[in-house]
Structure formats: structure tokens, C-alpha cells
Design a protein. Sequence first.
Length: 323
Amino acid sequence: MAKYIFQRIVLMIVTIFIVVSATFILTRFLPGGGLDDPDMDPTLRQQLIIHYGLDRPVHEQYFTFIRRLVLEGNLGYSTRLWPRQPVYDNIALRLPITVQLNIFSNILVYPLGLIFGIIMGVKHNTKTDHTLNVVMMFFISVPSFVLAALLQYLLAFRLGWFPIMLSTYRPNDWVLTWPKFHSMILPILAMSFGGIMSIARTLRGELTEVLTSDFMLLARTKGLSHRQATLRHALRNSFIPLTGTIPAIFTSLLFGSLIVEAFFGIPGVGHILVTAINLNDHPVIVGWLLLFMTIGLASVIVTDLLFGVVDPRIRMGGRRSAA
């Protein structure tokens, strides 16, 4: 197991290195970079170009970036969003609200997705199943920003149950107060509906297939009731393929915060990327990509380890049996 984890971490580092390197090089060939403002004083522009090293060849800029990243943990300096300020420091200041949004979204997604999936699988081809199927297809099909607009209009503007925008936010604030959480409920719901229905749809399909399998019939013939056979055998076997969907749902929630944060005026890490792209702030784009890729790939490793928990027959990195 330790060998397997080490191999996956090495592959994760290599993947991050390749993607970040490609992004760094490609962004250097894009026009702009935040220093092409026609209203900027030419002398100031030249000083900034020299300060950021943009007058040097691309390969020299790249090796300088890699050296600073590996040896100093330095992601560079923003050219437009926060001029001459470290990218890492500014991302860290806005990380708490994004982390809190994603934590609560995951807390909501997985339990509700499992509950709806079990209900639909057990009540297969009933009115309950058909009704939940219609609801499920609606929430899967509708983008998160459309749901955000509907929630904002109905629950915040028309009914006044929630504030329209995030309230009581301070940079690098990990403290969760009730006014802050209350204003986060609508963004959490907008991010969660799609994930809930994706889990429910996957579990419904797996559970329906398992409930009609031969080993379930064998369990019933041994004296187990339908409920006992479902709890002891059907659910456990249905969770094995469901585990593989965790990274996709986790990553979709992470990237879903991009639009949701911008929609609700949340100054989190996701909102940073949208602003950086609009301003052609290349160092911020690369820094954001590095952060989210690391989180996403780490979730894949955790999911692989969960396979061994759900099904003890799976042993990651174990010895191969002799042929």
C-alpha cells in the first residue's frame, strides 16, 4: 500500500508539472499580460516589463518560474489584479471562503445523493421512482448559474429568506458566524443540486442491477428478509462502482464554485480566476491552476484508497499472484 501511494504521488507531481509548464508557456504566447494598456505610461510599462522579467526569452522566464516554485514556493507576482503583490499570499487570503463553500457542499451532496439513490433503487418503477427521476433530470440538465439565478430571484429577492450577496466577509477569515453561513446557503444549494442527482442516478442504476442479481436470490433463499439482504449485500456491492464517481463530483463542485462565486459576489479563489482571465493576469492563472489541480489529483488518490475500504478484496499495490 505504501508503495502504491508513493507511486501515485510521484505521478501526481509529474502531471502537475506537465500541465503547469504547458499553461505557463502557452500564456506567455497570448497577447496582453496586463501590460498592454494603451493608457499606461510607456516608461512605467518598460519598468514593469523589466521588473517581471518579461523582456527575457520564454525559456529563461520558465526556468526562473520553476526555480522559484520548487526552491521558494513562490508562484510569482500579479501583473494586473494585485500589481507587484505575491500570487500565493493573495490566493491564501481568499481561500477560506472557497474551502467553506466546498466543505458544506460536499456535506450536503453525498448524504442526500445516497438517500435519494437508495429510495429510487428500492422503489424501482414506482411513482416515487418516476417522480424523483423527473426531478433528477431537471437538476442535472440545468447549469449551476441558472439554478443560482432562480434561487437568488425566488428565495432572496421575492421571499427575502436569504441575502442576495455574501455578507460579513473579511480576507483570511476562517471564523464561521451565523450571518455568514446564512448568506452562504444559496451558493451551497446552487453548487450541490447537480452532484446530489448525479450520485442518486448512479446509485439507482447500480442498486437496481444488484437487487435482481443471482446472489441476492441466494441470500433470500438462506432466510434473509428483503431488508436484510439489501442492507448486508446490495448496498455494499452498489457502493463499489459509486466510489469511482467521487473525484468527478468533488472536482465538479470545486470548479462549479467559479461561476457561483462570481454570481453571488463571493471574493473567493474561484472568483479570482474569472477576474484574472479577464485582465490577462498570467501568473494568477498559473497559480490558481496549480492549486486546484493539486486538490483534484489528491482527491483521486484518496478515492483509490477508499476502494480498499469499501471492498477489502481490493488491495492497491499488493503482490501479484503467481500465474
